[in-house]
Design a protein around this ligand. Structure first.
Ligand code: PLP
Length: 252
């Protein structure tokens, strides 16, 4: 089979999955009395080539997520140059030395978890004359091996970040611990999602722009929607199984 025919097959498979995922997310939202329009799907594309992202946009998704800056920056020109209207999300950790590559470039950063990163993002965005949109990542479980600020620190970090000239805090994000073997992922994640929602509600009562709840991946999206997710981060459900490593644009 030619490379083009393979690409067409992949695009058809993605279009099919996108339709299924959108229907599932909408039905789940309705079953919890929510407006499906409140829940956006962020298609998390790590390891997949730009063709796959273009197929997801062509199939009607708008929000594209990467968990590594390098991968986002490598793919972005191949997507933005070919399809219109994609919105980029960084859903993985951001190191200070990579801040300049994203700040002020229209990427919604889901992973603000410390003051020094807020300072660096704001400074770089300001140099570009742009506003940097962020979500505060919260380590609800308090797992020391994981990224994110603690539940107790989150309110203070939001207040700090709001005080910086070029940051706009639009919500909160969390990644729950992996379920134990045999445990139901929705059941194990749900209390973490509920805790993030309660925190968001509290912060939002003082800062009305803090609206988003980025929570839910392919295995626990139902619990996330039940608890009020506005951004669900779906990789496997949209693109299928992941490849071996990041896409670097070097012919892989
Ligand atoms: C990869 C990734 C996802 C998507 O995971 P799936 O289980 O494939 O849906 C969501 N969020 C983050 C932070 C990720 O790195």
């Amino acid at each position: 089979m030619s490379a083009t025919a393979q690409g067409d097959d992949a695009a058809v498979a993605i279009a099919t999955r996108v339709a299924q995922v959108r229907a599932h997310v909408a039905a789940t939202a309705r079953s919890h009395g929510r407006d499906p329009g409140e829940v956006a799907i962020v298609a998390v594309a790590k390891t997949h080539p730009p063709e796959a992202l273009r197929a997801a946009v062509a199939a009607g998704l708008r929000d594209l997520g990467e968990n590594q800056v390098q991968e986002l920056v490598a793919k972005r020109p191949h997507v933005d140059g070919a399809v219109w209207g994609a919105v980029w999300h960084l859903v993985g950790p951001l190191q200070r030395n990579k801040v300049a590559q994203v700040a002020g470039t229209g990427v919604l950063v889901h992973t603000l978890d410390r003051r020094s990163l807020a300072d660096a993002l704001s400074r770089r965005a300001r140099e570009r004359g742009e506003l940097q949109r962020v979500l505060v990542q919260v380590n609800v479980a308090g797992d020391p091996a994981k990224h994110g600020c603690s539940l107790a620190e989150a309110g203070e970090l939001v207040t700090y970040a709001r005080g910086l000239p070029s940051l706009r805090v639009e919500g909160m994000m969390t990644i729950p611990p992996l379920p134990a073997p045999g445990e139901d992922p929705d059941g194990s994640a749900r209390p973490h999602f509920a805790a993030l929602r309660a925190l968001r509600d509290e912060v939002r009562s003082q800062h009305p722009e803090v609206v988003h709840l980025s929570m839910g991946m392919s295995a626990d999206v139902d619990a996330a929607i039940a608890e009020g997710a506005t951004l669900v981060r779906l990789g496997t459900a949209v693109f299928g199984e992941r490849g071996d490593g990041p896409w670097r644009g070097d012919g892989r």
